[in-house]
Write a protein of this length. Structure first.
Length: 164
């Protein structure tokens, strides 16, 4: 498996947008223009390839980014050095094959290489996403807080994993 950037190809952005909408509410639904802006602002917008086939994507930010997500701002106010996973989607046909775990292992390697002390992310608890909570805990993430978003429609668990 390898990660590669998606910054150029419109076809791959179309696929990422379709997956993003398919996996809402576990990842935040966005209008197409907002999704494009997210990819353009991100530190990295990466596709996951498995045996030459695109299997998923993720969007990451470093600390100090010009990004107004409530969840990102929580981490940016609390930590000096981190890599934030804004969203990660593994296509349904590729789930439960170890791809998500491999992606996070690669992210941890990238974080260390870039000098980031932590990986940060959030997981919905309202609406519930218990599989994701269990998955992140199995990788060594710990909950550091919870917050309501979207005017109280959502509640997230804020998670971090130390990279040192």
């Amino acid at each position: 498996m390898k990660l590669r950037t998606i910054m150029v190809s419109g076809r791959e952005r179309d696929l990422a947008f379709a997956w993003n909408e398919q996996f809402a509410p576990h990842v935040g639904a966005l209008k197409r223009r907002a999704f494009e802006e997210l990819l353009d602002k991100a530190t990295g917008a990466l596709f996951v390839e498995h045996d030459g086939v695109v299997a998923g994507f993720l969007v990451i930010f470093r600390e100090g980014a010009d990004y107004d997500s409530e969840n990102y701002r929580y981490f940016d106010a609390k930590y000096d050095s981190f890599l934030y996973v804004d969203r990660i989607v593994i296509a349904a046909s590729f789930q439960r094959q170890g791809i998500g775990r491999a992606v996070y292992e690669e992210l941890e390697r990238m974080a260390r290489e870039q000098g980031a002390a932590k990986i940060a992310c959030e997981v919905n608890v309202k609406p519930p996403n218990p599989d994701s909570i269990v998955f992140h805990e199995s990788l060594g993430f710990r909950e550091v807080g919870r917050q309501d978003t979207c005017g109280g429609e959502k509640r997230v668990a804020l998670l971090v994993k130390d990279c040192d």
